[in-house]
Design a protein around this ligand. Sequence first.
Ligand code: SF4
Length: 407
Amino acid sequence: MQTNQNFFLPEYIQDFKCIGKDCIDSCCVGWNIKIDKATYKKYKNSTNKEIKSISQKSLIKDDLKSNINYGKLVNENNCCPFLTKEKLCNAFKLMGQQSLSIGCSTYPREITTFDKIGFISGSLSCPEIARLCLSKRNLNIKTLKKKKLPNIFNSHNVFSLQTKKKLSDKKLRFVEEVFSKINDNSTIFKTLKRIIISYDKINSSESSINNFSKSENEKIKKKLLHTDANILATFCFSKLVDRSKLGSQSSNGLADSKGEFRDSRFRKICKKSAFKSDYLFSPKTTFVEQFTNIYNTKFQKFRKENDFIFKNYFINEFLKNIDSIMNSKNSLNNFIRSIVFFITLTDFLLVCQLFEDNKKLTISSYVEVLSAVLKSINHSSKATHELINLFRKLDKNNLSKRLVALY
Ligand code: SF4
């Protein structure tokens, strides 16, 4: 990659600094960290006794065909075995920054490069980068050369996804149009519709957007609130098994048969939301009625006042998925579906917490829940795929209807 290559990046990417032991989560917790081939060999053959002993015990081969995912560190007590009691990385401490794997050197940034231009976004499963991204009103997208980004390209192991395809001038203009729409006065609902219309135009496709009247939108929204609350409650709460143990740390795992979400921040948030909304002890119809009422009376006000949160989330994910969005015709619609889904799931958990009378919703609470949702669900492609398809069935694959969730 040339040092004079230009990169588009939202300004918070440059401001990011890992807060280590002060982090409310940690990227070293809950995931089996993937290790690239060169780092795998470096750790296995290390002359440092501690690194060698941890590697012999916990570093195993994973995907031998992949350079980046060649090995993985098996968790101990749900943590990376290199994580110290002080929540610091032992490999970094004992061998220096250049010893980190490609994944650890790059996280929480995501970099994609086309022939002449690159795009940098953040992985919002990191609560600190999520905080920077979602708290910024009037978000600015900068264009900077690689040599002006020393705090991002701070190791030879930082990874960029290099696409072979070129970004045509027409597509680049579309990307710039998307950037300009982020700070206009429209709501996220209207902005996404306009972006889909522009995208259909550059692909010379018929418009895939229907416009509904105000009363139709209100009717659709009411129906979505009911169906989504039912489905998401089942997904988030039904496997909080033993009702009598709700609130106890010892109950069994949430979610899938592999217990993927066990002990995760997402699971703790589900427990809290179920508890605050009294879901497990109320008749379903009462729960849904109260949910709709609280959404309309308390949550909708927060949404309207902080609409920029949703636009910032959208733009970050747009940059992250730029390769597929630019290179495959239907991918923008699928991508927007996933954005609506993750917003709906986050909204759902937060509305449940608002059942508590004096609970006040803040941007920090939104950051906390969205980053936990993304860490557990977005990183489980199977769960994401299944849920999004379920929502697709319910709205009969009509994205215009699904978008009304953001109305
Ligand atoms: S999740 Fe983000 S802030 Fe937290 S330890 Fe990892 S990189 Fe640092």
